[in-house]
Design a protein around this ligand. Structure first.
Ligand code: HEC
Length: 134
């Protein structure tokens, strides 16, 4: 009898610990959003040049607006990875990593999100930035 109580307590204890760990991680994952000035003015300017030559022919801005809507709450890094892996559709992965980042800055800016002091950087915290619908 005593033993089974002890086992139950132990299970309860470790579940509690697990819930704390998972809960803590969630708080970190939702650190920032695209509203928090997560890209610079310079990135937007470079991004526009890439966009006009590489992305404009097949999609209009409404398409990107709908894309942001459908990616609501997902990490910005995942969209970056998806675009890098599949776009431009006629030559995926053909741009430099920086150009993919700049294009995202431009698309976000065109959809009303503000510039800030920190560069958008896929190696630095982009997983903690959530996408919001425009
Ligand atoms: C040759 C045509 C073409 C070009 C150029 C092109 N795309 Fe696409 N793109 C497509 C097609 C086709 C799809 C998939 C079908 C769809 O969703 O309309 C797509 C899908 C997408 C999606 C949706 C991804 C998703 O999972 O929601 C995004 C975002 C995107 N493209 C961004 C870009 C960007 C940024 C560029 C420029 C670097 C670009 N595309 C250049 C044809 C193109």
């Amino acid at each position: 009898m005593k033993d089974s109580v002890r086992v139950l307590l132990r299970i309860a204890g470790s579940s509690f610990l697990l819930i704390c760990l998972l809960g803590g991680q969630n708080v970190f994952a939702q650190d920032k959003t695209v509203k928090d000035g997560v890209f610079t003015e310079a990135q937007v300017a470079s991004g526009q040049i890439v966009y006009d030559s590489q992305c404009k022919t097949c999609h209009n801005m409404q398409f990107y607006r709908d894309t942001l809507r459908s990616w609501n709450n997902q990490p910005l890094l995942w969209l970056w990875e998806s675009i890098m892996g599949t776009m431009p559709a006629d030559n995926p992965g053909s741009l430099m990593l920086e150009e993919y980042t700049d294009v995202i800055a431009y698309i976000l800016s065109e959809n009303g999100f503000p510039t800030g002091d920190n560069e958008l950087d896929p190696d630095n915290g982009m997983e903690q930035i959530s996408i919001l619908p425009p």
